[in-house]
Ligand binder design. Structure first.
Ligand code: MSP
Length: 513
């Protein structure tokens, strides 16, 4: 069996509210998954939920529910959120799934038997919201801890620790010799800077069950549960294990024979959780004898109107409300077009409207509408045969978009599609087919123009499909292709002479300003 292109997102905390940041990450991962499928690759796209830990336990208690019942209720909302975003995920992990918990326990037992853990007592400052001990380095210049750590308490407790420190130089060498391991480069430099200027401390991988019981029990010591990040990171291999991935199965002594998934081709994550993915996770994998993911693709953070997204201040963007008003594809298009993966973004309603009007309604929508309406009017709805005047531009757009999709440069892919749309709209203005149509002597020239426009629309319907699948399928249907072509690997064959187009309607309803 050949290996799948295996793509993951961060798993969201179940007790949070789905917002723009979560939606953005899931959409970019979905675009990458769809693009790879369109390029003929077998893809496995995983997303899901992070359900253990103190915050969930406390939130459940506050609602008078047991934590599992509480998570089950919220998981329904999150799954629905994934559906509304049009995600084409192949599985959805919940860290409370028995299939996940058993793999975490297998790993804990294996690492314990191999002497990777030790027990010690630690006294220090503990952040209840980050669920971790803080160090002196976490203090602000005035001696206090950053408010993002929430309530910080002094705590003394015994726990198991995972030997991280001894792998520090190995990790630096690995990152240095694998330039595509952490992308973009600024994030790679950040991690190298961190690793070269700090001494790694061993990782506390347990929490005393007396204090926190909503976690995966440590199989060799009933007094402890698993630290939530150790549990959560394992989702990237517990699901391959559940699908019988041969490499993971061999490393962990589990039954194999299924789909080849690991190593992941890309973990798509936000910048705030880079250290967990670029430091803890690689060392955990090394200890397990598993190869590292090929890439950690780090996206930036969204703000709204220049301020942090925050439920308490009401500074939120509700993706579902945007989708209901403007359509799923407009939302997907906007977030992909607005931000290069890695950069931070700022949502403004005006910015969204402006791209909608200029690039979707007046750009793509207008091009398709004008082109197909003219074929209806001047050629009785049948695509004529002619010369393709924009063949070079189409070729360039296709080649560049394929390279961008493969290189995870999604904004650039849309810039390239935008250039073709603008060019084709100008071409209509410059060649004035509506004037040519008035005189039959221009019939051959008009055929060229209408054929060229049909071809451009066709290509756009294919190359834009990973980002805006719904609109791309509608576009292709209007062109008379009821079975949409999503194959990006080859340029679509020229439309045959006399091909009947379908019903023409606006792809993007105009909105009053
Ligand atoms: N549960 C952990 C991840 C475990 S992965 C093994 C977590 N959950 S989270 O719900 O807080 O965040 C999930 C993802 O959403 C993260 O990648 C995070 O960076 C991303 N975002 C959360 N807020 C965001 C923005 N405002 N903007 C963009 N992405 C943001 O961390």
């Amino acid at each position: 069996m050949s290996k799948c292109f295996y793509l993951t997102t961060a798993i969201d905390y179940v007790n949070g509210q789905p917002h723009l940041g979560h939606a953005y990450e899931k959409v970019i991962a979905d675009v990458l998954a769809r693009a790879r499928r369109s390029l003929g690759e077998k893809v496995f796209f995983l997303t899901g939920l992070d359900e253990h830990g103190q915050k969930v336990q406390q939130a459940a208690l506050a609602e008078g529910k047991n934590p599992q019942e509480y998570c089950d209720g919220l998981a329904v909302i999150w799954r629905e959120f994934a559906r509304r975003l049009g995600l084409s995920n192949d599985d959805f992990v919940r860290t409370t799934d028995p299939r996940h918990k058993s793999v975490v326990q297998t790993i804990l037992s294996k690492l314990h038997t191999e002497g990777q853990f030790y027990k010690k007592t630690h006294k220090g400052f503990y952040s209840t919201s980050a669920e971790m001990f803080l160090t002196e380095k976490d203090r602000l210049p005035d001696g206090s801890f950053d408010p993002s750590y929430g309530k910080v308490i002094e705590l003394e407790e015994e726990n198991y620790y995972f030997k991280l420190a001894e792998h520090q130089q190995w990790l630096i060498d690995y990152i240095e010799s694998h330039p595509d391991f952490i992308v973009p480069e600024s994030r790679r430099n950040e991690m190298l800077g961190f690793l070269k200027n700090n001494e790694l401390e061993d990782l506390c991988v347990t929490r005393p069950a007396a204090r926190l019981n909503w976690g995966i029990p440590i199989p060799f010591d009933p007094d402890f549960v698993t630290y939530v990040w150790f549990d959560a990171l394992v989702n990237y291999i517990s699901i391959p294990a559940a699908h019988g991935d041969p490499g993971v199965a061999a490393a962990l002594g589990l039954p194999g024979g299924g789909a080849e998934l690991w190593p992941a081709d890309a973990h798509v994550i936000g910048k705030d959780i880079l250290k967990f993915h670029a430091v803890f996770w690689p060392i955990m994998l090394k200890a397990m004898g598993l190869p590292l993911p090929k890439q950690i693709l780090v996206h930036g953070w969204w703000q709204k109107d220049g301020e942090k997204l925050s439920k308490s201040t009401g500074n939120v963007v509700d993706p579902i409300a945007v989708i209901e008003e403007w359509g799923l594809d407009a939302f997907r298009y906007y977030v992909v077009r607005e931000l290069d993966i890695g950069a931070d973004g700022n949502w403004t309603d005006a910015g969204f409207r402006s791209r909608y009007q200029s690039e979707l309604a007046n750009g793509l929508g207008n091009l398709v509408n004008r082109s197909l309406s003219m074929i209806k009017r001047y050629r009785a709805g049948r695509v004529p045969r002619g010369d393709n005047d924009l063949a070079a531009e189409m070729n360039e757009c296709h080649t560049r978009m394929v390279a961008c999709y493969r290189g995870h440069r999604l904004q650039e892919a849309l810039v390239s599609a935008g250039a073709l749309i603008t060019r084709a709209n100008q071409y209509i203005d410059q060649t004035s087919p509506f004037k040519l149509a008035k005189d039959n002597a221009n019939a051959a020239r008009l055929d060229d123009i209408l054929f060229t426009l049909a071809e451009v629309c066709r290509l756009l319907g294919v190359v834009l499909w990973p980002v805006i699948p719904g609109v791309a399928e509608k576009l292709q249907k209007q062109l008379g292709f009821n079975e949409p072509t999503t194959n990006l690997a080859e340029r679509p064959r020229p439309i045959v002479e006399g091909h009947p187009i379908g019903e023409v309607f606006g792809l993007f309803p105009r909105k009053d300003p």
